[in-house]
Design a protein around this ligand. Structure first.
Ligand SMILES: [Zn+2]
Length: 193
């Protein structure tokens, strides 16, 4: 999956370490645990598995115990439960393994893959540069504006042809990313199979 973002396969990309991507980390979700009944009553024990490991998550109101780590749970006005990160005490919905900490507290900080797509998606910067060149030639080349296909200027026609070819390649690439995300969402039960 990460290869789809060019993280592993694109030699020229600025690499963000894959293990610091939110999407690649197992995590506890307070909403999901609530739906599963993990906070329903004192003493309820939920088995939590990730990777090869697993731990017992025991409700001990108002907290939960994950192994011997105590995690405070607070409720908002919509009766939704939130963790307080054991390290910074900030309210969060997700705690990440293996640190059992929020996104910010995990070593180096975790980030979303979507924030790194532009850095590593081939062509995005080239297209932006060519569009800027068109603007310099007096063409309205903002994204989603129709490009002049039959300009009298050879330079404009060449730039337009390059942009269209690159954008088509990009659409194909993002379609692949999209398919991967859908597949993963279905696997995790976030979308119907
Ligand atoms: Zn934290």
């Amino acid at each position: 999956m990460s290869g789809a973002f060019g993280l592993l396969t694109d030699q020229h990309a600025t690499h963000f370490p894959p293990d610091r991507l939110v999407e690649n980390r197992a995590r506890l979700c307070s909403f999901a645990l609530h739906r599963a009944g993990a906070f329903a009553a004192d003493g309820v024990v939920t088995e939590v598995r990730w990777g090869d490991g697993g731990r017992r998550l025991a409700r001990q109101a108002p907290d939960i115990l994950l192994g011997d780590i105590r995690i405070a749970v607070v409720w908002d006005e919509l009766k939704r439960p939130w963790f307080l990160c054991p390290r910074c005490q900030r309210r969060c919905r997700h705690l990440y393994f293996d640190e059992i900490a929020c996104r910010t507290c995990c070593a180096g900080g975790l980030d979303y893959a979507s924030r790194h797509v532009h850095r590593s998606t081939p062509g995005v910067h080239r297209i932006a540069r060519w569009r800027r060149q068109l603007v310099g030639l007096g063409v309205d080349a903002r994204p989603f504006e129709p490009l002049p296909m039959n300009s009298r200027s050879t330079r404009v026609r060449r730039l337009v042809a390059k942009i269209i070819a690159e954008e088509n390649a990009l659409i194909g690439h993002l379609g692949g990313v999209n398919r991967d995300l859908h597949r993963r969402a279905r696997r995790r039960g976030m979308l119907p199979k």
